[in-house]
Design a protein. Structure first.
Length: 213
């Protein structure tokens, strides 16, 4: 890894949102491609902090800072990546289900998925089954990620999957679920494809779904 890419990786790892725009523009000016900056700089930094988060060496605030720094750089790179036709690893539609207004966990998963090279369509919180259906039709993702932080809203996950079946979309996407009250047994009960116990777990599952491991 050259020095510029190492600086970008470190800026993500250390959550240097104020510095990373200048580093990104400097890397582009130096002739590095948007794809190299993304994969050999930004994603490298997110992978390290994601690993340390899973090992208990980093905590949610630190991971969020890293993800926000990466978001700043991605804001510069996205138009260039589109222009050069660079394909992301895959596409994920993510949202917190209807009736649930919690979004920190969902946002963390979305940011870490972006950090792994996915295009993420974040529908936000309190997302009804119909909205997920609309997003799948328009965005054509490979994966749908459903989050719930309340036991009372977990049922909306099952309703969303049922609606996907009713409208003939269920076979087109892999559905993964997560959130504090969610379990692997519950995921099986509602016929989800996978349960992610943590943000790093969700990223690993998504990568397996698209064959990117």
């Amino acid at each position: 890894m050259n020095d510029t890419l190492k600086q970008l990786s470190n800026a993500v790892y250390e959550g240097q949102a104020k510095d990373i725009a200048g580093l990104t523009n400097g890397a582009l000016a130096a002739g590095l491609s948007p794809q190299d900056i993304l994969h050999s700089g930004l994603i490298q930094g997110m992978q390290v902090i994601g690993k340390e988060f899973k090992e208990g060496k980093k905590f949610i605030p630190e991971v969020l800072c890293a993800a926000r720094a990466m978001q700043v750089s991605l804001g510069i790179l996205r138009p260039l990546l589109v222009q050069t036709g660079v394909k992301m690893v895959g596409k994920v539609v993510i949202g917190t289900v209807k009736g649930d207004l919690h979004d920190i966990g969902k946002s963390l998963v979305g940011m870490m998925l972006e950090g792994a090279g996915f295009e993420v369509i974040d529908l936000g919180k309190d997302v009804g089954p119909e909205r997920f259906v609309e997003a799948i039709k328009s965005e054509k993702p490979q994966i749908v990620a459903l989050s719930a932080l309340l036991t009372t809203t977990m049922r909306a996950m099952g309703r969303t999957i049922e609606l996907l079946k009713e409208v003939g979309l269920r076979e087109q996407v892999r559905v993964m679920v997560g959130g504090a009250p969610v379990t692997s047994d519950f995921a099986s009960h509602i016929n989800a494809d996978a349960y992610g116990a943590s943000a790093p777990d969700a990223v690993e599952i998504a990568k397996k779904f698209v064959g990117a491991t």
